[in-house]
Design a protein around this ligand. Structure first.
Ligand SMILES: Cc1cc2nc3c(=O)[nH]c(=O)nc-3n(C[C@H](O)[C@H](O)[C@H](O)COP(=O)(O)OP(=O)(O)OC[C@H]3O[C@@H](n4cnc5c(N)ncnc54)[C@H](O)[C@@H]3O)c2cc1C
Length: 554
């Protein structure tokens, strides 16, 4: 088979020659470099390569090449070679927040960009190209699968297992039990398929309908605490909990982290986080979580998966956290970082496009990049209304999709009035989003009219899902919370007469301390928290400082 192709398009011969030379020196042994000097000849060449079933790993195009009218180079290149990564070459001097590359990145229409000049070469050419090539999956032949799952065609357990492995970044494959490959795998594993799913490890280990704990233990994760008592127990391994674990363990606290699922929390479910400091090209949520997890481990934190905190009680100086297996673990201090559970749309094609045109939560950073685009917001609450108004300042049109028959039932009157007055903002009542269109970035939506069941396809560059969420605090009966269940901390606990009833100290609660001394809350679970990865990480770090202060170890 011929080598995968790095395809370069630019109409400036010297740029093309320099780029091809620099890439050839690093990647030339394993790749073939093809250059074209215009979008038209590039498309003809890409068509020929597609006909010949040649694999194009990436297409690098100069910015002028994608702006020329009449030739939509990157769109057509994607149609011809859906797996190829798309890279835009942009001048440093022309770079502004309104540069089309910013929008293309936000909406997932390109995979990365290269600055011109790309100096120093190692950092600005070899690093970004190596990263996109590492993510590139050859279309021909099956990629390596460390774990293979054989399941029924419609099985939610198989789906859960695949989701878990995907989030942990473990390469795996799924085979229908009815397919020839599925039957062959079952036979090799010595199973008759009466009980499914069957999970086959590369090492030969076989599990029949395994629990999460069984699989995680087989993958080398702890599912039971290594000790009965710790300095600090952290509940939840999302960004806040993982940050707290890194700081606590690195600062000498004997630390346990308890997580019922896989590490990463909500952030782990996001295919691309673009606004986290230090990752200008974005970072996959799972990747970020796995890096943080490794860091916490290296510093010595004890991480326990497939365990959930189900209760908390005070016994003198000790705080006791009950776990889902019925055991209790003692700590001198606790950081609650159990986050929130957003309601999800549950449309698989849209879930796959999170970060590539589909966004959960407020439309902050993305709004500007949506200038001139058609944008949809799902939800009928105040936050959805506010997001729609904010987006309408930039987008060509914004449509608010609401399941109910009346906005007044869920949205404040002043927002409804502002929405009515916005010329480019429409409301579709009694409507549901039932499917998404587009391969690697959102291109459209399928909407269903709940009144008559009819469906319609609409073009959409972005979809913001704001259908509400709930803090995961149902297990914290003794901790003061607001009327929506978010944990009150620090100043928010103070009434006109000072600390809340039952507060045992002269001092007021510390900044992130809850109504139980020595129990802190960090991240989304906290009353009035900023729902962002960076703020959750920041709060996790601050909580550890407060733990030191509480323990008198500063
Ligand atoms: C799809 C999506 C995309 C997003 N994209 C971005 C983005 O691009 N940029 C950005 O800044 N923010 C983004 N956010 C928001 C961001 O992910 C959250 O603000 C952040 O994850 C909050 O971190 P956290 O640690 O406070 O809580 P969470 O991430 O919610 O983590 C909480 C963890 O606690 C665990 N847990 C829950 N209950 C218990 C219990 N009883 N015992 C033990 N553990 C428990 C959960 O399983 C979870 O792992 C996104 C959110 C979503 C849903």
């Amino acid at each position: 088979m011929s080598q995968p192709i790095l395809f370069l398009v630019d109409d400036r011969p010297r740029v093309l020659e320099a780029l091809s030379g620099d890439l050839g020196r690093r990647f030339g042994v394993d790749h073939r470099i093809v250059t074209e000097a215009s979008p038209t000849t590039a498309l003809t060449a890409l068509e020929r390569l597609a006909e010949a079933s040649e694999e194009v790993a990436l297409v690098v195009a100069g910015q002028r090449m994608v702006e020329l009218p009449g030739v939509d180079l990157l769109v057509r290149a994607h149609e011809l070679h859906p797996g190829a990564k798309r890279v835009l070459l942009v001048g440093r001097r022309e770079w502004t927040s309104t540069n089309p590359a910013v929008r293309a990145m936000t909406l997932g229409q390109i995979d990365t960009y290269l600055f011109e000049p790309w100096l120093p070469v190692a950092r600005f050419l070899y690093l970004p190209i190596s990263q996109v090539l590492a993510d590139w999956v050859p279309g021909q032949g099956r990629a390596f699968e460390g774990i293979r799952i054989v399941g029924p065609r419609l099985g939610s357990r198989s789906h859960e297992l695949r989701d878990m492995l995907t989030r942990m970044g473990i390469p795996h494959g799924w085979y229908s039990a009815g397919s020839a490959a599925g039957r062959r795998l079952l036979e090799e594993a010595g199973e008759d398929g009466a009980e499914l799913p069957v999970v086959v490890f590369h090492s030969g280990q076989v599990f029949v309908d395994p629990s999460d704990a069984e699989l995680l233990a087989a993958l080398g994760f702890g599912t039971r605490p290594a000790a009965d008592s710790y300095d600090l127990v952290i509940v939840g391994a999302g960004p806040a909990g993982l940050a707290a674990a890194v700081y606590a363990a690195s600062e000498g606290l004997d630390t346990l982290v308890v997580e019922p699922q896989v590490p990463g929390g909500q952030a782990g479910a996001s295919s691309m986080i673009r606004n986290y400091l230090g990752f200008p090209r974005g970072v996959g949520g799972g990747d970020l979580a796995n890096r943080a997890l490794e860091q916490a481990w290296l510093f010595g934190a004890n991480l326990v998966l497939a365990q959930q905190a189900t209760g908390l009680r005070v016994d003198g100086r000790r705080r006791l956290v009950r776990l889902s297996d019925g055991s209790e673990v003692a700590a001198e201090a606790v950081v609650v970082a159990s986050g929130i559970a957003w309601r999800r749309l549950g449309v698989p094609r849209l879930e796959a496009l999170v970060g590539a045109g589909v966004f959960y939560g407020a439309a902050g950073a993305e709004a500007k990049a949506l200038e001139g685009q058609q944008v949809f917001v799902v939800g009928g609450g105040n936050s959805a209304g506010q997001a729609a108004l904010h987006l309408a300042r930039y987008a060509a049109s914004v449509t608010l999709v609401v399941r109910g028959a009346d906005l007044a039932a869920s949205m404040s009157d002043y927002l409804i009035q502002e929405i009515e007055e916005a010329p480019n903002l429409a409301v579709r009542l009694r409507t549901e989003v039932v499917d998404g269109l587009g391969g690697r970035s959102l291109e459209g939506l399928r909407l269903r009219d709940k009144a008559d069941g009819s469906t319609e396809e609409v073009r959409a560059a972005a979809l913001f899902v704001m259908i509400g969420g709930e803090p995961r605090t149902e297990w914290l009966a003794g901790v003061a919370r607001d009327d929506r269940g978010y944990i009150l901390t620090g100043h928010d606990l103070l009434g006109p007469d000072g600390p809340p009833a039952g507060w045992p100290h002269q001092r007021p609660p510390l900044l992130l301390e809850t109504s139980i001394p020595g129990v802190f809350a960090a991240g989304d679970v906290r009353h009035r928290s900023v729902k962002r990865v960076a703020s959750a990480v920041g709060e996790g770090a601050v909580a550890v400082q407060l733990v030191h202060q509480y323990l008198g170890r500063q």
